[in-house]
Design a protein around this ligand. Structure first.
Ligand SMILES: Nc1ncnc2c1ncn2[C@@H]1O[C@H](COP(=O)(O)OP(=O)(O)OP(=O)(O)O)[C@@H](O)[C@H]1O
Ligand SMILES: [Mg+2]
Length: 271
């Protein structure tokens, strides 16, 4: 493969560009192929869960719920793969629409609820208020889900997670605090690289694909912002509880202009 690429490309750097282009195209194609059968799977599971295909016994309901959780997890991984392939660093391929950041936080919290319940965590949401903003709802949701999913996944049993939405000036922030193991300075350097998982011999949970944070960062950057991490948090949020693990912040520049001006055209964000 490398040789094939070399044959048709005498431009030095062009080889790497062409390789990246092919890799992105392959990842996009793969994400599309994986997403196609997931759509009816998710649809039929929803019908079953809603009792639209007949009554379920408690054991059947439990099985369907477990399958739905697995399909939701797979869908997030496939979306990460598609986003990673299509959102080159600094590229703003966004479809903007109005969204309510507090409702988005609630939605994402509902998505991780099965894990919250399993690990007996307490997840608190602090809302920003202030009404709708302009951003890419699907991508922002994916970025927040990736970060919140990590906080939940790496929290100790019975731990606390705080999701705080704030707005100031032209910026929107989602801060996620946890009481997990935290990250060393060296780990913080690595975790935004694709496919990286710090090695933790004491960690019993299986790592994921290692695309969650790189994708969250690309999405935030495409919105004129970024994702930062403090581990442990430099300052604790008001309320007295101590979040000794990490604080991840998704920072987004809000577009100026009335929400009514939303469009599906590629957005240009300040930043
Ligand atoms: N809140 C956190 N506390 C401790 N470690 C974390 C936290 N969030 C991320 N990490 C570390 O960073 C790594 C990379 O995170 P990332 O979300 O990119 O990948 P992943 O969770 O392993 O897989 P994926 O999200 O693609 O399913 C994780 O494997 C984990 O080691
Ligand atoms: Mg993750």
């Amino acid at each position: 493969m490398a040789q094939q690429l070399r044959k048709g490309d005498e431009l030095g750097d062009g080889e790497a560009v062409e390789r990246d282009r092919r890799r992105s195209a392959f990842m996009k194609e793969l994400a599309h192929e994986l997403a196609t059968p997931l759509t009816p799977l998710a649809g039929y599971l929803k019908l079953l869960q809603g009792g639209r295909l007949g009554d379920l016994s408690p054991a059947q309901r439990k099985a369907i719920d477990a399958m739905s959780g697995a399909v939701a997890r797979l869908t997030r991984m496939v979306d990460n793969l598609a986003d990673f392939a299509s959102l080159a660093p600094g590229e703003a391929a966004l479809s903007t629409a109005t969204l309510d950041p507090d409702a988005l936080a609630e939605d994402v919290a509902a998505e991780v609820q099965p894990y919250v319940k399993d690990a007996r965590l307490h997840l608190e949401i602090r809302r920003a208020g202030g009404g709708p903003v302009l951003a890419d709802p699907k991508k922002l949701r994916q970025a927040l889900a990736n970060v919140l999913q990590n906080a939940v996944k790496y929290s100790p049993h019975g731990g606390e997670v705080l999701l705080e939405v704030t707005r100031d000036g032209g910026r929107l922030r989602f801060a996620v605090y946890d009481q997990g193991p935290g990250l060393s300075a060296a780990e913080v350097e690595r975790i935004f690289e694709p496919f990286q998982h710090p090695y933790r011999p004491e960690e019993s949970r299986r790592p994921g694909s290692g695309l969650g944070l790189p994708v969250a960062r690309r999405i935030a950057e495409a919105h004129g912002g970024g994702v930062t991490v403090e581990s442990p948090p430099r300052a604790q949020p008001p309320g007295g509880r101590q979040f000794t693990g990490s604080k991840f912040v998704i920072d987004v520049a809000l577009r100026s202009g009335a929400p009514a001006a939303a469009s599906a055209a590629p957005a240009s964000f300040p930043g």
